[in-house]
Design a protein around this ligand. Structure first.
Ligand code: ADP
Length: 473
């Protein structure tokens, strides 16, 4: 249990941030401490070297005169100096040209390698030694070395080492602690986001993440999540509306069927009445079937399964067949239906679905225009099919001089269940389910085409569909 919690903690962002932060602080701190310690050591040794160089220079001054040096005086003085600087272990040693020691102060330590004249300053068993060749002037000594203990430097360095160690231990404790607190304040907005998103439910998406206004990455993430929530909310609302509208539309024909059957069963009737009632049942069943098929098609389109097959569809023939089918209805309702179609207009797609698009548009044009003009009027519907080889598209235009669509409704007519005149019922032959145009749009989009409507209220409506021409000729 404890280890599980520990490993859970180790996986948190806060813990990892703390770890990296502490590591960075400790490594950087250690590097700085080591550099400072090394810098102090080098400076102290350089200072000592400089002092010893000064001493050498001073001793050399006596050897410049040709007359030679008074050794008795010099060695007395040097011995006195050596005794005076006993605390520092200061000593001096002279060598002849063969490298043999000719004189050394009383306290000169026995150091291996001291007899070797090296002109660079060097360290020998805790002593610092600097040597120099003497200027010509004496036959006894040709070079001299002075040295001093490094004990004071070592003592200072030990103090610095203790300080470095203390600071390092302090860093070891303070860095993770500080890192944990810092990481806590950096990840606090994230924890808040997690808390808020945990509270979200599909049916309750109203809550939004807080935007702190810092403009940092967390604010950007919160904004993205909020906009995603907006879109999910809209999507769920659409789904909800769709189901509610679908249920509402299905209820009407079902209620009509039930009513017809109830009337038929309520009392014995003549055969002709039963036939009439059964005909109504069939009519409503057909309407139900159409509606269910429409809903299925839209569901397929939502699931992105409404794919255009690669059949080669002769659109001119589809248009001609639809015109033939609707001509009788159009004439019976006093409308003129004219068709002008280019030949050999082929598109790649699903013949059945494309036929549905043409039929829906023609059906709408005829039904709304006829209702607008009434019997024996000047209502007309023009169908025009063109092949635009330059752009590689087929363009189908269905124009009527019906009631037109008011500008405020025009942007919504492709929405599901949208009807401009909601007062119309299906029974009067004009009102529909409001699914026709959304189905046309879904099919056309699945064929990589476009569908647009332009309308002048009182003058008529024009629907334009473009579809990519089939590549095969
Ligand atoms: P409906 O089943 O009601 O015909 P549609 O989706 O086919 O549903 O059409 C949506 C709405 O667009 C219709 O209710 C109607 O108001 C308007 N509309 C469509 N076509 C025409 C047209 N040719 N003339 C006038 N209004 C039209």
């Amino acid at each position: 249990m404890f280890f599980e919690r520990l490993s859970a903690l180790a996986r948190t962002l806060r813990f990892r941030l703390m770890l990296w932060n502490a590591l960075a602080v400790i490594v950087t701190g250690l590097a700085i401490l080591v550099c400072v310690r090394e810098g102090v050591r080098v400076t102290l040794i350089r200072d000592l070297d400089r002092i010893l160089e000064e001493d050498l220079k001073e001793i050399s001054l006596g050897f410049v005169e040709e007359a030679g040096i008074d050794w008795g005086l010099l060695t007395d003085e040097l011995d006195r100096k050596a005794r005076g600087h006993e605390f520092h272990g200061w000593f001096v040693q002279f060598y002849n040209a063969r490298g043999e020691t000719v004189w050394s102060s009383d306290n000169t330590p026995r150091l291996s390698g001291l007899g070797k004249i090296v002109l660079e300053p060097r360290s020998l068993s805790g002593y610092r030694v600097v040597c120099r060749r003497l200027p010509v002037g004496d036959s006894r000594a040709s070079s001299v070395c002075v040295g001093a203990q490094q004990a004071l430097i070592s003592r200072d360095l030990r103090r610095i080492d203790r300080l470095v160690f203390t600071v390092f231990i302090g860093l070891l404790v303070a860095a993770p602690l500080g890192g944990y607190l810092l990481a806590g304040s950096a990840t606090r907005p994230l924890a808040k986001m997690i808390h808020t998103t945990e509270g979200l439910r599909p049916a309750q998406l109203a809550e939004r993440l807080e935007i702190r206004g810092t403009g940092d990455e967390l604010d950007a993430l919160a904004a993205r999540i909020n906009s995603l929530l907006d879109r999910i909310g809209d999507y769920l609302q659409q789904k909800h509306d769709f189901v509610a509208n679908a249920a509402h539309e299905l209820r009407t024909p079902l209620a009509a069927i039930r009513a017809s059957v109830e009337v038929a069963l309520s009392q014995p009737r003549p055969v002709c009445e039963y036939q009439e009632l059964l005909a109504q049942v069939i009519q409503e069943s057909s309407a139900l079937e159409v509606l269910v098929n429409q809903l299925l098609l839209l569901a397929e389109s939502d699931a992105d399964r409404l794919k255009a097959y690669a059949d080669r569809v002769a659109l001119d023939q589809v248009v001609a067949a639809a015109a033939d089918m609707f001509r009788g209805v159009a004439e019976s309702r006093g409308l003129t239906l004219s068709v002008s179609a280019a030949t050999s207009v082929s598109v790649a797609g699903n013949r059945h679905n494309l036929r549905q698009v043409v039929n829906n548009l023609l059906d709408n044009a005829i039904k709304f225009t006829a209702a607008h003009h009434g019997q024996g009027s000047r209502g007309k519907v023009d169908v025009l099919l063109l092949r635009d080889d330059y752009r590689g598209i087929a363009r189908l235009t269905i124009r009527d001089n019906g009631p037109g669509i008011p500008a405020e409704h025009l942007p919504h007519i492709f929405d599901r269940f949208y009807r401009v005149d909601r007062g119309r019922s299906r029974g009067d032959g004009v009102g529909g389910s409001g699914l026709g145009l959304s189905i046309c749009q879904a099919i056309v989009l699945a064929h990589h085409g476009t569908i647009e409507a332009a309308s002048e209220p009182g003058q008529g409506t024009t629907f334009t569909v473009t579809l990519p021409l089939s590549q095969e000729r």
